[in-house]
Write a protein that binds this ligand. Structure first.
Ligand code: SAM
Length: 258
């Protein structure tokens, strides 16, 4: 049975005490689908003060994470697992952006090492000579890579086969390229459809009647219509109206509710 191992290299090992102890990530570790190993960067320093950072050459604000402890950390983790592909990932706002497709790609690996930057970032030689990939979780700057590592691990773990109870439950989520029928020949990336649960009537706010009808074909069409509408409204970058199939355009114009 294969286990996906995440190695996190960080100056704040205690940061991860909470995020991996709940829900799906916790269960995935118990089921031995994933393993999360935290490595304290200060453990790879060789001076009395356990120095991990220093001032930038050329001047400027803030501190930079030094290369030596990071190289030593990666080499030591690799040494103890010879033959395993390193797959070193630097978390950085300058990296390629994490999305569902990238998460799928990463879920195919058997291990990865995640380097969490801090302060003004990481010595450029780490990026240039040590890392295989550089990943950003979005176009904003966080104080450190730890939160980005949590996001990456969460999004990748739920895609590892056997982690969710039904493997196909990930196929109906937002951002998955899908062709849900209604005669359309092509699949496109759309957001998830709206979901409701009990009570049917909450303070006068009613669940759409069609969902209570038991007419599964109509429900299926309604869900696709709502997913298309939501994608066009909230994320037009994912789906241009001109790219939508004729069948889906007809569905968008169809009145399904009374
Ligand atoms: N000076 C850097 C810049 O402008 O690109 C930002 C450094 S940031 C304050 C410190 C660390 O947080 C980075 O080295 C990186 O590890 C992490 N980080 C910040 N934003 C991130 C993002 N959007 N995605 C992934 N990691 C991020």
């Amino acid at each position: 049975m294969s286990v996906l191992t995440f190695h996190i290299i960080t100056i704040f090992p205690n940061y991860f005490d909470g995020p991996f102890s709940h829900g799906i990530i916790s269960q995935a570790q118990k089921k031995k689908k994933v393993s999360i190993q935290i490595h304290d960067l200060r453990g790879f320093t060789q001076d009395r003060h356990k120095t991990v950072d220093d001032r930038p050459f050329g001047g400027g604000e803030g501190m930079i994470l030094k290369p030596e402890p990071i190289f030593r950390a990666v080499e030591s983790i690799c040494d103890s697992r010879s033959g395993v592909q390193r797959n070193v990932i630097l978390l950085s706002p300058q990296g390629r952006k994490l999305n569902q497709e990238v998460a799928f790609e990463l879920s195919m690996h058997s291990q990865m090492m995640l380097i969490c930057g801090r302060y003004e970032g990481v010595d450029e030689r780490v990026r240039e000579y040590l890392t295989d990939d550089e990943i950003s979780i979005g176009d904003y700057v966080l104080s450190g890579g730890e939160l980005a590592a949590c996001v990456l691990i969460d999004s990748v773990t739920r895609l590892v086969p056997g982690v969710l109870n039904k493997d196909d439950s990930t196929l109906n989520e937002s951002f998955v390229r899908r062709n849900l029928g209604s005669g359309s020949s092509q699949g496109y990336t759309i957001l998830d459809y709206p979901q409701y649960t009990r009570p049917e009537n909450f303070q006068g706010l009613k669940v759409p009647e069609l969902l209570l009808s038991g007419d599964h074909q109509k429900i299926h069409l309604w869900r696709r219509k709502k997913a298309l509408e939501k994608t066009l409204k909230n994320r037009p970058d994912l789906l241009q109206y001109s790219h939508i199939s004729e069948a889906d355009k007809r569905l968008l114009e169809l009145k399904l509710e009374p």
